[in-house]
Write a protein that binds this ligand. Structure first.
Ligand SMILES: NC(=O)C1=CN([C@@H]2O[C@H](COP(=O)(O)OP(=O)(O)OC[C@H]3O[C@@H](n4cnc5c(N)ncnc54)[C@H](OP(=O)(O)O)[C@@H]3O)[C@@H](O)[C@H]2O)[C@@H](O)CC1
Ligand SMILES: Nc1ncnc2c1ncn2[C@@H]1O[C@H](COP(=O)(O)OP(=O)(O)O)[C@@H](O)[C@H]1O
Length: 498
């Protein structure tokens, strides 16, 4: 499990470590590790010019001491101070080791020239003491970094919210060097792209007990996956009821039931109008038509809430009945419009950004910044702050909310005290129609086998992404092929967990 910790808990853990160490020792360890990473990158690329951007906090101190080490090792290093309150001893060490020291404000031309020739830029503007966004002066520096330079951010890409929630102007790192503990920004959608490659340098700070964000690895999934035992039968393994796919979008029923069956559910019951029922029967002959007892429901993929025909209305009633039943439920797409209050049993919502925005606009949960009246302004807020909006909706409906995207987040209600899970396992090829229906079916299978909503959402997101890769490594995939690859993907995870 990859774990990331809140700023408060990192500060507590760092204080505890510092109490047992000589003054300044942790920063020396951080600077040494940082300098070693930069030196190692020079072994893989041409040039020897480093520009270290040094902010006013300890992050700047790390960068200044690392600059001193690199200069002492013979690199050509310029240090750019963003403020006259930069770490004095660090800047002195850099000067003493032969770095050129420039001030962003008073030497703008020299700074631009140095940046223009840099092979590596060390971004030590802000760390966990910063908040989202960059001041104008820092934006100018960032924009002067040439595309050819390798950008190494210290602890986090400056300008990114350490908590990974708020958007803002940020540096974009090729690599981020963090110290002992990953931070939420490294794993969440608001910060992951700007983080680049994440390298953790061990400086002797102990992991706090509770993580703010977690990411499952293959080994975690191998341990958590519901594997049947010799005394299991189809009922004990779990029956999933699927209310999906109407006359308008019948394919969603095929994709969701195929995914559930291929992922290894005990049994699937399918409830829907004649056209999708016929298609499901042809594609998934083992699916049993009609209502019955289930361990979990999947409601919503391709559901047409506007269908006024008698079979359409019957399916809508079945969806409402399922939502009213006291069994776990995965709620996707069309069924998200049917939820207005908490259900009595565990619930996982699986919206994409647009669906989550619509849900939030309708429910107006607490804890969100003001959005305009238009749907577009809610979509923009949700795109920029998916975790915040998901959390507000999770709290309002007492449900776990999975928001789909390149980085998929699974956000439980605050009251559970559980961490957010964040998975980023799929290729961008997975952004294709019907992929969400496959994810929903896979999640339904896990929910039916008794997994918690947090485990269901995060394992489903991870395996869905891996299956897309396995279906056609390095190339385009269609949703049905992702569904059909699930069985092999699960077998791969269980037999080769590393
Ligand atoms: N504790 C430890 O033992 C160890 C800590 N370590 C390191 O320390 C880092 C945390 O250090 P920190 O607390 O000093 O905060 P940090 O992020 O460097 O500076 C915040 C200051 O920056 C400024 N500023 C804010 N926004 C800005 C902006 N947009 N644009 C420009 N400037 C901006 C603002 O100051 P102002 O300019 O307003 O005076 C604010 O107060 C941590 O990430 C890790 O790298 C390692 O050495 C390991 C041991
Ligand atoms: N850039 C991306 N990289 C990787 N996966 C992505 C990306 N964009 C979307 N996805 C994944 O593709 C799927 C799309 O789901 P969704 O939008 O619900 O599609 P549909 O409604 O057509 O089934 C989700 O699982 C999402 O996580």
């Amino acid at each position: 499990m990859i774990r990331a910790f809140s700023v408060d808990s990192v500060r507590r853990a760092e204080s505890a470590a510092m109490a047992d160490l000589p003054d300044g020792e942790l920063m020396q360890r951080a600077a040494t590790g940082l300098a070693e990473v930069v030196a190692a990158r020079f072994e893989q690329r041409d040039g020897d010019r480093v520009v270290a951007l040094v902010g006013s906090g300890d992050n700047g101190g790390d960068a200044a001491y690392a600059a001193a080490r690199l200069a002492a090792d013979g690199h050509n290093v310029a240090v750019v101070l963003l403020s006259d309150r930069a770490h004095e001893d660090g800047v002195e060490a850099a000067r003493g080791a032969g770095c050129v020291v420039l001030a962003a404000e008073s030497d703008p031309d020299e700074v631009t020239a140095a940046l223009g020739e840099a092979d590596v830029v060390v971004d030590g503007v802000t760390g966990i003491g910063g908040s989202a966004g960059l001041r104008e002066s820092a934006v100018r520096l960032r924009d002067a970094v040439p595309e050819t330079a390798y950008v190494v951010s210290v602890d986090l890409p400056s300008g990114s919210d350490p908590a990974g929630i708020e958007p803002g102007e940020t540096f974009f790192a090729d690599e981020t060097v963090t110290f002992s503990l990953a931070k939420p920004v490294h794993l969440l959608p608001a910060g992951e792209a700007a983080t680049g490659l994440l390298t953790v340098v061990e400086i002797g700070v102990e992991e706090p007990e509770r993580a703010a964000v977690e990411r499952l690895t293959r080994a975690d999934i191998a341990e958590m996956w519901p594997v049947p035992g010799p005394f299991d039968d189809k009922y004990t393994r779990g029956v999933l009821g699927v209310v999906a796919g109407g006359e308008r979008y019948p394919g969603a029923a095929v994709l969701a039931t195929t995914a559930a069956a291929t992922a290894g559910v005990g049994m699937v019951r399918y409830v829907g109008p004649p056209t999708p029922t016929g298609l499901v029967h042809a594609a998934v002959p083992e699916a049993v038509p009609g209502k019955g007892r289930v361990q979990a429901w999947l409601v919503g993929p391709g559901l047409d809430s506007g269908d006024r025909t008698s079979p359409g209305r019957a399916q809508l009633r079945a969806a409402e009945d399922a939502l009213g039943e006291d069994v776990p439920c995965v709620v996707d797409a069309g069924a998200l419009d049917l939820l207005s209050k908490p259900r009595s049993a565990p619930t996982l919502l699986t919206p994409h950004v647009g669906e989550l925005a619509r849900l939030a606009k309708r429910l107006r949960p607490r804890g969100l910044p003001r959005a305009g009246r238009s749907e577009a302004s809610w979509v923009q807020m949700t795109r920029e702050r998916p975790v915040l909006v998901a959390r507000a909706v999770a709290d309002r409906l007492d449900a776990t909310v999975l928001v789909k995207g390149a980085v998929t987040v699974v956000v439980p209600p605050t009251s559970t005290g559980l961490p957010v899970r964040s998975q980023s396992d799929g290729p961008a090829w997975l952004a294709t129609a019907g992929a969400g229906d496959v994810l929903a079916g896979l999640a339904g299978a896990l929910a039916a086998s008794g997994c918690s909503m947090l485990d269901t959402g995060s394992m489903a997101a991870a395996v869905h992404g891996m299956a897309a890769d396995r279906a056609n490594p390095g190339g385009p995939v269609r949703a049905l092929d992702v569904a059909l690859a699930l069985g092999r993907t699960v077998a791969g995870v269980l037999t080769e967990p590393a």
